[in-house]
Design a protein around this ligand. Sequence first.
Ligand code: PLP
Length: 241
Amino acid sequence: MLDRQQFEQQLAQVEARVTSACTRSGRSREEVQVMAVTKYVSLETTRLVLEQGHAHIGESRWQDASQKWEQLHQLGTWHFIGHLQSNKVKDVLGRFDYIHSLDRLSLAKAIHKKATQDQQRVKCFLQVNVSGEASKHGMEPEQLISMAESVREMPSIEIVGLMTMAPYTEHPEETRPVFRALRQLRDELNQRSILPNPVQHLSMGMSNDFDIAVEEGATFIRLGSVLVGKDEGGETNGSHE
Ligand SMILES: *Cc1c(COP(=O)(O)O)cnc(C)c1O
């Protein structure tokens, strides 16, 4: 299990890499938020991360997150990053501050319906499968504009950005075109004023490729193994789901 000192070391290493990626690309360090993805680790490890003042927590399944959320939610900002089935929307709404995985119209309708009933507004990212890998969730890039036009009519959903996952590769440099394409999609969405407000965020970059994602404009990077590690018995099947 992760201890305090180890977490501080890993956080310092991540910080150094984020800072140098910002410097290389002429960005300001404040533009990038680091999310700790705790899906592989225990309640106690998650508590440690939050108590160290690390505020952004990412989880990909409510079953695995519920205990952590119940006990720790007041300590941080919670991001739902996993594939979301429409019948699970009720578990996530009102609990997670952001949903990163809005990837289809049926899910948008389910979110809008429940959020309207609950008189809530939900911050969502539109997830795009830029790489086209069959194993990845997300809409095709060609669907983004029409999806945004549909969601525009759903006032309980606030689109704050775009999200993608790059293919795993031994050579992270190969992910650059994926991240660059997501940034261009965001810029196109904003130039065409499809949504009432310009979208700011790009949720992209994981343990294997976050340096490149930051260089290409990431505003949220989602870090599991490199930042909080993996506990024995933690979820083992999630990293590229
Ligand atoms: C698991 C997961 C991550 C973190 O994965 P690491 O490679 O351990 O950093 C990031 N994003 C999503 C969507 C995930 O499911």
